[in-house]
Unconditional design. Structure first.
Length: 144
């Protein structure tokens, strides 16, 4: 069970991010989650969208360099210790978290969502599922 994250490589100059978001808006693509990592010369926009195929096609046709990466989406109770519980399960399973980012939304206001990039996705899915932690798939994200 995984989500597809789209990573877009952008030149670090004024207006580049705007051109990408404008393209997505023009094509009615809804971003569910977004993270930006940057260096002096370029940035990497990591995003979860409602329609991966349409987004990848639109980006490719417009000349944006991008890639698809499998990530895990985890529903976390919006309460103290919610994230800690998930991280403990992953640590106990010896699963390393490479990076993560959060987003809110959806119909259930009592939950947040975390996107995890892990080294061993199969071990992470097994450990989280065994503890009853809800993993979200692409269809569920599209419906949020």
């Amino acid at each position: 069970m995984s989500l597809k994250q789209i990573s877009v490589f952008l030149e670090n100059k004024p207006g580049t991010l705007l051109s990408m978001t404008g393209l997505l808006a023009k094509n009615h693509i809804d971003m569910r989650a977004l993270s930006i990592a940057e260096t002096k010369d370029f940035g990497i926009v990591r995003m979860i969208v409602d329609d991966v195929y349409d987004t990848a096609t639109v980006l490719k046709d417009a000349g944006f360099v991008h890639s698809l990466t499998p990530v895990l989406g985890v529903m976390i109770p919006d309460e103290p210790g919610g994230l800690d519980k998930v991280l403990r399960v992953l640590a106990d399973a010896q699963v390393n978290v490479e990076y993560m980012y959060a987003f809110l939304g959806g119909k259930n206001a009592n939950h947040a969502y975390m996107i995890f990039r892990v080294q061993n996705q199969a071990a992470a899915v097994s450990a989280l599922s065994a503890q009853g932690i809800h993993l979200v798939d692409q269809d569920e994200v599209a419906g949020l």
